[in-house]
Design a protein around this ligand. Structure first.
Ligand code: MTE
Ligand code: MO
Length: 389
């Protein structure tokens, strides 16, 4: 028996010409690529916006208007990212045979090819990382040690940068391919093989289905069809729960009858029981919880405007307020509300949700709810308001 030689092995590896599907080709790849590019641009910009809302630079003051802005941008972020997944898989399929192209001869050609391949590897690696980490974040599963927000945010620059390089390098091919009709030849002898148009349509249908199956986590009228929607309707009072009282370690302290809200400004402090808060003029507003993890839902909140509460310690409505909660473990136990949001009469210390006493998992005895604010900062189980001087 003769051992196979390198040439034998090489002969067994397929060549690009061995893949016969007529559907493949620049016309298909460029059309898929255009759709992916549009989705990536939306995803990148809404992601950037989310970072701005999450950690707003000192020189910028964000408005509480439009009320639903963060809900819309975060919803679009998740929808555009989800839509890309089937399109990217189809695009990978369309260029897959090129993986088997043999390296060219000559040092210069080899170097150019190596560079091109390396740039595609960065493009694919970063894109897949973005989609995979984003999807796991939506389902609330963090099987890693690193900070999701910082890593997902940093890798976004690598991804968008490599997309731009890729588009720049391929621009002549893209322009030519988009100028040609999708179908350039009459049906071939093999009528059963899918046409380019069929593959393209299938990819778009799959992308649309992926959106339909998940978008219900933000879009109310899709809730019934969104089977994969991560937060379909769980949680009391028709609102999903991000972290329960037990998980936050506030299960007992939140229900303690001796609870009182401590409000301080400079040297002045007042303590308000829940009955004291209920005795103040109540306001009701319909405002959304828009979680950074993707889901969002509007609800009717009743409570006392934060500016009325801090007026009791002599603070004007335009001052920043830091809220602290009973939470002892984990992140998001406190948040800052900037002056222009405090001034908004819809910024409430909520006592009721959808007409009922706030459930302990939604933040009883009282929680913050403010317009156009990422969910993580809608602090639950509030027990202290500190007016900043
Ligand atoms: N104290 C405290 N408040 C919190 C959180 C938390 O972990 N601790 N989670 C926040 C997040 S991430 C979201 S999306 C909203 C969800 O509110 P809900 O559970 O009432 O729907 O609460 C916010 N308030
Ligand atoms: Mo959240």
């Amino acid at each position: 028996m003769r051992l196979p030689t390198v040439t034998d092995i090489e002969r067994r590896i397929p060549r690009p010409e061995d893949f016969r599907s007529r559907a493949r080709g620049p016309q298909l790849t460029a059309r898929l690529g255009t759709a992916i590019g549009v989705c990536f641009a939306i995803c990148f910009l809404t992601g950037l916006w989310s970072h701005v809302q999450y950690s707003t630079p000192g020189w910028l003051t964000l408005s509480p208007h439009p009320t639903q802005l963060y809900r819309w941008t975060q919803g679009l972020h998740v929808i555009s990212g989800t839509a890309v997944i089937p399109l990217l898989l189809a695009k990978l399929w369309s260029v897959f045979p090129r993986l088997f192209a043999r390296p060219p001869r000559g040092a210069r050609a080899l170097a150019v090819t190596a560079l091109e391949r390396a740039s595609i590897a960065v493009l694919m690696g970063s894109s897949l990382f973005m989609l995979a980490s984003g999807t796991l974040n939506i389902i609330g599963w963090y099987p890693w040690e690193f900070s999701f927000r910082r890593t997902h945010g940093a890798m976004a620059w690598v991804a968008i940068g490599s997309v731009l390089v890729h588009v720049a390098v391929k621009l002549p091919v893209i322009r030519e391919a988009l100028g040609q009709p999708t179908e350039d030849a009459p049906p071939a002898a093999d009528a059963a093989a899918p046409t380019r148009r069929a593959v393209l349509q299938a990819a778009f249908v799959a992308s649309g289905l992926a959106v339909l199956l998940t978008a219900g986590q933000s879009v109310p009228w899709l809730r019934r069809v969104s089977a994969f929607s991560v937060r379909p309707g769980d949680g009391p009072q028709d609102l999903p729960i991000n972290r329960t009282a037990r998980e936050a370690g506030t299960g007992t302290s939140a229900l303690d009858p001796a609870w009182a809200l401590e409000v301080t400004a400079g040297g002045r402090t007042v303590r308000l029981t829940r009955d004291d808060l209920l005795a103040m003029p109540q306001r009701t507003h319909r405002l959304p919880i828009a979680c950074v993890e993707g889901w969002s839902r509007s609800a009717e909140w009743t409570g006392v405007p934060v500016r009325d509460v801090i007026a009791l310690v002599g603070a004007g409505p335009d001052t920043d307020v830091v809220l602290r909660s009973l939470q002892t473990k984990g992140a998001f136990g406190s948040s800052r509300v900037v002056g222009n949001v405090v001034r908004d009469p819809r910024t409430l210390l909520a006592l009721e949700l959808n007409g009922e006493t706030l459930d302990v998992d939604h933040g009883y005895p009282c929680r913050l709810i403010a317009p156009n604010r990422p969910g993580v900062f809608q602090t639950k189980w509030v027990d202290r308001l500190q007016v900043q001087s």
